[in-house]
Design a binder for this molecule. Sequence first.
Ligand code: HC3
Length: 438
Amino acid sequence: MPAEAEGGAVPAQSKGSWSSFLKSIASFNGDLASLTAPAFILSTQSLVEFSAYWTENTSLWIAITQEKDPAKRALLVLKWLLNTLKQQYCSRSEKLGSEKKPLNPFLGELFIGSWDDEFGQTTLVSEQVSHHPPVTAYCITNQKHRIQLQGYNGQKASFSRTIHIKQIGHSLLTLYPPGSDTPESYLICLPTLHIESLIYGAPFVELGKFIHIVSSSGYISKIDFTGKGWVSGKKNSFTATLWKDGEGSEKNPLYSADGQWSDAFTLKEGEGKRAKEIQTFKPSDIKLSRLSVASLEEQDVLESRKAWANVARSIEKGDMDATSHFKSRIENAQRALRKQEQDEKREWQRVFFSQADPKSPAEQAFQALVQKISGFGPNSWEGVAPDKTGGIWRYDEKKAAAAKKPYHKDGLLALGENADGTSAPISRVTTNQSGVPT
Ligand code: HC3
């Protein structure tokens, strides 16, 4: 990447480090954690927090549970999902001016919160369940309306003109249709993405390829992300179709949608010239619910904002020495703990999630959806391939019921802190999470 082309949003004092960052990306090995980014592009937020983007639009999420007609319910699922994309993929750029580099969660990192609104309480538990490969699991539940979303995801990055990210994992939505005690489930695949405008120092995310949502009710949705297409010329463009397996098809759908997922899109009955408009919808018109998170004093040591507090404070102050000091403390402690666990032939105990046996009765509904999705090509089935995510991660009700603070006996050790609040001595060698000196 030519250094002369850099510029735009990069602060004058960071031009040199941005240029080195771009050069390091061009030759990186796919491990995003190994990239040392300049201070102005560092986020104070860890990736475990991103799970909250799924249901900040509680009104749309809960609305699914109120619809009696299965086809319309599937359309509401599509509408809710399309609406989450703005939060998931462009809220940070809109708020901060660009996509920043999030903190890399350590194994066992937790993010816990709840939305308390007119729909009752919706709880969120997010946990870093694997470090190699990095995988974040989450479970979001509203008991009053009997709806739950759980899933897990990791990222595989590569470079070709820019950073391309393939998401590995999936989301599973389970709900009870009105008046029914038979659960309905939706398997949701995750889109691939790439970073635009990297060279100008103002990166933002654009989605690529396509995803499917398959339901136990027989409905299938496909969303094609066309990006800044030459048809509309507008960023974040997409087209979507919804049909019933065995009755319609992608080309002959019951419903369709098109527009920009970040701006406005239209839901239609049918597709093409004969389609009848149902609604034009603006994600920004939807009121987002506010997530409540315990104060730092109340949080467990493994909870994200508490664990990264020193790092976040140092990033905010622009103090890179302190940032790398506190980051190294956590990273070094993590390495030491992994080594100790290996020596003692034990594993870090996950607090809320466990690996599921794909053959167990609880996994049958999921496996039936996997069967349907496996015909849609690698873009879809990689999200359900357990070998890519260190297993199938599911919220473990038993563990969750038993979970109480302190969540883990090795919590302080995991962060390199002593029980009296002082810090354990750290090595002055600064390395990334893969152990590579930076
Ligand atoms: C690629 C990404 C980290 C992963 C983020 C994910 C895929 C995480 C799961 C969420 O549900 C959805 C989501 C949204 C945004 C994704 C991030 C965008 C940028 C970040 C890279 C690691 C940062 C690259 C560094 C830089 C400086 C170019 O922005």
